[in-house]
Design a protein around this ligand. Structure first.
Ligand SMILES: CC(C)(COP(=O)(O)OP(=O)(O)OC[C@H]1O[C@@H](n2cnc3c(N)ncnc32)[C@H](O)[C@@H]1OP(=O)(O)O)[C@@H](O)C(=O)NCCC(=O)NCCS
Length: 188
């Protein structure tokens, strides 16, 4: 396996949607929503691909997306998924590190995300990166009726290792909340 991480392009959409639908069975984004995210000037979507793999079904290893206006302030981790056969080898963490680095470049001070309460693996990943739980949105994920845990990261100045992440409590911002509420899945 030869892993390459790069910006997602519209020609990645088919493969991304295959993994999206297989991963988020009951709440996959519509293709048009994913396309808008990838093309948005405020978006920053990455794919991890196996450069040596010829089977198109196994070429895409994962994807992840950030929404953050270039003028700074607050941003959202919109989604992340790693193909089942490529999990547990650090790709999710690598994608998250890259999004956080990009958020810092865009002068984002705080990053937000939502995660299903019944997803301990993703919650452990986010916590290890310095995200802290700030609230619960009851029954947010439909049709499953599963709660969303809202998490926030104070974007660290230079490194993303948890020990230096500078996690701090802060005030939520109504504009960011409205932006998050407008997202189809509203978070990773
Ligand atoms: C969540 C997800 C992206 C993690 O990707 P990954 O490439 O497997 O993760 P990594 O190998 O980088 O591991 C990162 C951390 O995740 C957690 N983790 C990963 N696999 C785990 C497992 N089997 N059991 C418990 N924790 C696990 C650990 O905290 C791990 O850190 P560590 O290796 O230092 O212990 C992946 O499991 C996935 O795509 N899940 C389905 C989609 C999803 O849940 N997306 C998140 C929506 S909010």
């Amino acid at each position: 396996m030869s892993v390459l991480m790069r910006r997602a392009k519209v020609h990645d959409l088919d493969a991304i949607m295959r993994l999206e639908r297989a991963t988020f069975v009951n709440d996959a984004w519509p293709e048009e929503a994913m396309r808008r995210e990838i093309e948005s000037p405020h978006g920053y979507y990455l794919v991890a691909v196996d450069d040596e793999e010829e089977d198109p079904e196994r070429r895409l290893l994962g994807y992840a997306g950030l929404l953050a206006p270039a003028d700074g302030g607050q941003g959202d981790i919109q989604t992340i998924a790693v193909a089942p056969f490529a999990r547990g080898i650090g790709l999710g963490r690598g994608l998250m590190h890259a999004l956080i680095t990009q958020a810092r470049r865009r002068h984002v001070a705080e990053l937000f995300l939502e995660v299903r309460a019944d997803n301990p693996i993703a919650r452990a990943l986010y916590a290890s990166l310095g995200f802290v739980e700030i609230g619960v949105r009851r029954g947010y994920y439909q049709p499953d009726g599963v709660d969303a845990i809202s998490m926030r990261l104070t974007v660290p100045a230079a490194v993303t290792r948890p020990a230096e992440s500078g996690v701090a409590a802060g005030r939520d911002d109504p504009a960011a909340a409205a932006r998050r509420a407008a997202g189809e899945r509203g978070g990773a």
